[in-house]
Design a protein around this ligand. Structure first.
Ligand SMILES: [Zn+2]
Length: 328
């Protein structure tokens, strides 16, 4: 009978990232009872991505000792512009061959035979931290996801603030007018200084100018083709001057942007997640708070700045929360 209770309330959650797909199965108390990870396809198109998402969730379901028919539903946190009612994802530039709009929800429902709800990856990760993680004590918070890019999510008066569909894009707050070129094509955005992609470009440029660093040696030693969060952390540990300089610049930019958001919204807490945020942990969240201070208008009452508690699975757990709303 214990199994029957568990299966009735089990839900799936999938975090669709640019490099990996993370899937979880959670029980009625939002505890992870199964998980799986697969690489995001780099070729093909939306249908191939949908098939990998279905495979990842089936693996997580098997890991939990269940069948997909045992799930009451599943949620997906996806990059791009989401129409939750239609289950479509568009403008997902980091995913292969994803031009125009694709009905990911209906495609996954057909594959899995369970109701599927689609949400924005960063919004669901923020809600997960708010409901289950570091944001639990607060009524208002800003989630800052410091990874390849810099994403943001906003909770105001205990509710997600979605604006007209593109809110909380803290990565594209301007920290320097006429500054560095951002991946979005504009100039001076936070992401152009703090996104891991931009940090890597900056490191390569400095190397071309003849500066020394162990960053790329560490990358090769770890069998990577990109400067991952682990590579940055290792270089910092070894006191690599160039790595320290680039990370210091990133923290300065994060401090300016987050402080500006706090000046506008006066939120109670800032939760720092994402690959770099989680890898660097609370000491760096504290450094971001330090970098915010000179820019805070009311500097004697700063918000709490906490590292995300749900770790790498936060996005997938957040996606599983979408399923609860549709479960009957
Ligand atoms: Zn930008």
């Amino acid at each position: 009978m214990a199994t029957a209770t568990r299966t009735r309330t089990a839900r799936g959650g999938i975090d669709l990232g640019g490099t990996k797909i993370e899937a979880v199965v959670v029980d009625g108390r939002n505890q992870v009872i199964g998980s799986a990870r697969r690489p995001t396809p780099t070729t093909g198109g939306p249908r191939d991505v949908a098939k990998e998402l279905a495979r990842a969730l089936r693996d997580a379901v098997a890991d939990a000792g269940l069948e997909t028919s045992d799930l009451s539903g599943a949620g997906v946190g996806s990059p791009g512009a989401i129409d939750a009612d239609a289950g479509t994802v568009s403008s997902a530039g980091n995913l292969p061959g994803w031009k125009g709009s694709f009905a990911l929800g209906p495609a996954l429902e057909a594959e899995l035979g369970t109701p599927v709800t689609i949400g924005n990856d960063v919004s669901v990760a923020t809600e997960a931290e708010f409901r289950l993680g570091a944001g639990r004590p607060y009524r208002s918070l800003l989630g800052v996801f410091w990874g390849t890019g810099v994403g943001g999510g906003l909770i105001l008066e205990r509710k997600p603030w979605l604006g007209r569909g593109s809110s909380a894009e803290i990565g594209h707050m301007v920290v320097k007018i006429g500054g560095a070129r951002c991946g979005c094509g504009r100039e001076g955005c936070l992401e152009a200084y703090a996104g891991r992609g931009s940090m890597e470009n900056r490191a390569r440029k400095y190397v071309d100018q003849g500066r020394r660093t162990d960053l790329f040696k560490l990358m090769k030693e770890r069998g990577r083709t990109r400067l991952t969060s682990g590579v940055w952390a290792k270089a910092i540990e070894r006191e690599d001057k160039l790595a320290i300089e680039i990370v210091d610049t990133a923290i300065g930019a994060l401090g300016a942007a987050v402080a500006s958001a706090v000046n506008l919204l006066d939120i109670e807490a800032v939760v720092i997640g994402g690959g770099l945020g989680i890898r660097f942990g609370q000491p760096y969240a504290d450094r971001i708070l330090g970098a915010m201070k000179p820019h805070l208008f009311v500097d004697e009452n700063p918000p709490a700045v906490r590292v995300a508690e749900l770790g790498d699975l936060g996005g997938a757990i957040g996606a599983s929360l979408l399923a609860r709303r549709t479960a009957r």
